[in-house]
Ligand binder design. Structure first.
Ligand code: ADP
Ligand code: ZN
Ligand code: ZN
Length: 727
């Protein structure tokens, strides 16, 4: 097992249920003729809940139960001989939801592993990872009748029609997929490097689980996608299903088209789908009808009865990490799932996460390299423009403005990258220095411009949105001005500077409405834009045909961020955005404006030298004992007043230090978060670190039970995050 690294089997030995009391449903019937079911419910309480039923129910079956005064959909985890509470107090389940067969065993194992590894109650994993319609009691209840809601047999989302036509059989029958050859999407002949890489990757499938994971490390434009398609076609031909995970789908409509065109039978799953759409995609995957499941991180949890290959594209991308609820890494769980099933896993990236890179270097993962662009185009030339001595115009150096003008003359597209949306990051009074701040958060409010020229001040933390004041609230002066710049202001400036250019902005604001990202990208690809202005969102846009220049503004702001992963992210982001340039034609340029051209990150970028960057960064991490050389968890606390959060974490820290399991685990001081207050809630965190993953988890299990007790009777919200990505 690669994910648990040094300590194999982590999370396996720790049972959520009392193993001795659990038997298979067939053998069991309680002494009093009742069957006791251990049911997982999506409630923030540890453990399982006992219910009775007159007949055995297979684990993985969903049931309708009453819990307190609510009705809930739960999932049967196990059958018990005796209940954990007094038999007389055990309620009967209200209904067995038989619109779906029980969840398959491998799916249950995956959920159990996630619950154990991320230290969440089983019910808070098993239920939330199902499509909403399958876990909402209202989906199964008719109108309120005299005796309360009644179950309606005709309301059974799990029987939803998967795609027009007939309701589908529940067998999940194995149907090898015929791959249609489409003339619109001809497969190119592989170049020599790709062919060698494909041979290596194919060997994964036959070499057994020990080396079942590969890092496909290929520079931008090296044709990784083509290899995914070939591997997927192999799996399909063998009658297997493929899980293809991508960071974002709406930003890469081309990928979906190509996968559909080349492989057919695709189900797509991402968080922007309506409940019904997501359910249908999930059902097609679960019934084995969709040969390919293309999706974002949540697709990792789809049942796939014939799964034969998992691909994680841009495996380093931070969007694989869920930032709320179950804070899982879909990349890490993909590796676990592949290992569990003995199915190969391919992790693709131009800038692998340092964790992944280290595993590949150590031989835990097969390291497959594509060092050249597929179409033999050179990588773009990266130039660092020293801004310390430059005369800036709205943040642009003369070199960058000249570059944009030259691109326009040549009829090529260019891209201006700035990782800050909105018009300006803050509004400021020229006479007294007042700046616009959110009353509920420790954050400035960002000026946004709307259609028609109207402005608002928005808080990017709590979403609060107000009209800007006409005069300074402190001194009454009317001279209040936007300070700094975001993508909207850049768009405005470029419009004035290059009136003949067609300018297109791509950021979270411009793509908020459903379908708007697709429209924007189709304009880009149809050549209907000369200059693109965008945030990191543009770097994920799959392929730009005629991009001759990329300009990067204000990159330095990320260089000195407090998080130890900041340089890694900056490097990945700049490599990614630089990699958009010159994919179809040579001579492309990337201009990075910086005050610190000598920084290692920029020097490595200039040389397109990921390995140099990675080795230097790893050496530094090793010296400081940071991941991947150690393993971390973060306990966070939220309270009305910071002092309460700090006090809670301080007590939690003392508990950890007093536990025998705490030996060898470093528990740091509790500290306030950088953005201390969000929506009037103040937040602090406690970092826990150990050299070995096993040592960390051995402490976490008993300690979190104590922390749970500590929180009783206090108004504190707390949470634990394993392998935190932002500290
Ligand atoms: P990556 O995902 O590695 O950044 P892509 O898979 O997007 O790169 O490939 C870059 C471009 O090269 C795409 O337009 C793709 O269609 C093309 N391409 C890939 N392999 C070949 C090949 N063997 N022959 C011709 N074109 C190729
Ligand atoms: Zn003022
Ligand atoms: Zn706010």
């Amino acid at each position: 097992m690669t994910m648990a690294g040094d300590e194999k089997g982590l999370g396996r030995g720790i049972e959520a249920t009392d193993e001795a009391a659990v038997k298979s449903p067939i053998e069991v019937s309680g002494g009093d003729g009742c069957i006791y079911l251990a049911v997982a419910l999506d409630v923030p309480l540890p453990g399982l809940f006992d219910y009775t039923h007159g007949a055995p129910v297979a684990p993985g079956t969903r049931v309708l139960v009453s819990f307190g005064r609510r009705r809930m959909v739960g999932m049967v985890w196990a059958v018990r001989e005796a209940p954990a509470i007094e038999a007389g107090r055990v309620k009967a389940i209200e209904a067995v939801l038989d619109d779906l067969p029980p969840m398959p065993a491998d799916w249950m194992r995956l959920a159990e592993f996630a619950a154990n590894y991320y230290h969440r109650p089983l019910g808070e994993v098993l239920l939330p990872i199902l499509p909403a319609s399958l876990r909402k009691p209202s989906a199964y209840l008719g109108p309120r009748a005299a005796g309360g809601p009644v179950r309606r047999a005709d309301r059974r989302p799990g029987l939803a029609r998967a795609r027009g036509g007939d309701a589908v059989a529940e067998s999940g029958a194995v149907v090898p997929q015929a791959v249609e050859d489409s003339n619109d999407f001809p497969a190119p002949e592989l170049n020599a490097e790709q062919s060698a890489a494909l041979r290596d990757l194919r060997a994964l499938a036959t070499s057994g689980a020990a080396t079942g994971v590969a890092l496909l490390h290929g520079v931008t434009g090296s044709g990784k996608t083509e290899l995914y398609l070939r591997l997927a076609a192999d799996a399909l031909a063998a009658g297997r299903q493929v899980l293809l995970l991508v960071p974002e789908i709406n930003l890469t409509p081309q990928l979906e088209q190509i996968v559909r065109g080349r492989l057919g039978q695709v189900a797509v799953m991402h968080s922007k789908l309506a409940d019904g759409e997501r359910l249908r995609a999930w059902l097609r995957a679960a019934r084995g009808e969709a040969a390919i499941l293309l999706g974002t991180r949540l697709a990792l949890f789809a049942p796939l009865p014939r799964l034969g290959l998992i691909i994680v594209d841009e495996e380093h991308d931070t969007s694989y990490k869920q930032q709320e609820g179950l804070r899982y890494s879909a990349r890490d769980l993909a590796v676990w799932r592949g290992h569990d099933l003995g199915v190969p896993v391919v992790l693709g990236s131009a800038t692998p996460a340092l964790e992944t890179w280290r595993r590949a270097r150590r031989g835990d993962y097969r390291h497959v390299i594509l060092s050249r662009r597929a179409l033999a185009q050179p990588l773009p030339e990266v130039r660092l423009i020293d801004t310390r001595r430059a005369q800036l115009e709205q943040g642009f150096t003369p070199q960058l403005l000249d570059g944009l003008a030259a691109c326009l003359d040549r009829g090529e597209q260019s891209l201006v990258f700035l990782n800050r949306r909105g018009y300006a990051p803050v509004l400021r009074c020229a006479s007294c220095g007042w700046v616009s701040q959110c009353p509920r958060c420790t954050a400035y409010t960002v000026l946004h411009r709307h259609a028609g020229g109207r402005h608002t001040l928005q808080c990017h933390h709590c979403g609060d949105c107000v009209a800007p004041p006409r005069a300074c609230p402190d001194c009454g002066d009317q001279d209040i001005r936007p300070m700094g710049r975001g993508t909207q202001r850049i768009e405005e400036f470029l419009g004035e500077r290059f009136p003949e250019a067609r300018i297109l902005r791509i950021d979270a604001d411009a793509t908020r409405r459903k379908g708007s990202a697709e429209i924007l990208f189709s304009k880009v690809h149809a050549g209907e834009a000369d200059i693109l202005v965008g945030t990191q969102m543009v770097s994920k846009g799959h392929d730009y045909a005629r991009l001759g220049l990329v300009g990067v503004l204000d990159a330095d702001t990320m260089l000195f961020a407090q998080d130890f992963r900041a340089p890694e992210r900056l490097f990945a982001q700049l490599m990614q955005v630089a990699g958009r340039a010159g994919r179809r034609a040579g001579g492309a340029e990337v201009l990075v404006q910086t005050d610190y051209p000598d920084q290692a990150v920029y020097q490595a970028l200039r040389a397109h030298d990921y390995a140099r960057f990675a080795e230097a960064a790893l050496a530094e991490r090793e010296e400081l004992g940071l991941p991947p050389f150690s393993h971390q968890a973060l306990l966070t606390a939220q309270t009305r007043h910071l002092r309460d959060a700090l006090a809670f974490l301080g007590e939690a820290r003392a508990l950890a230090q007093a536990m025998p399991e705490g030996a060898g685990v470093r528990v740091y001081d509790a500290v306030p978060l950088r953005v201390l207050r969000v929506a009037n809630v103040e937040r602090a965190q406690l970092l826990i670190e150990a050299d070995g993953r096993g040592a960390l988890h051995r402490l976490l299990r008993p300690w979190l039970a104590e922390v749970h007790g500590l929180a009783q009777g206090r108004s504190v919200r707390w949470g634990i995050e394993i392998d935190p990505q932002e500290i």
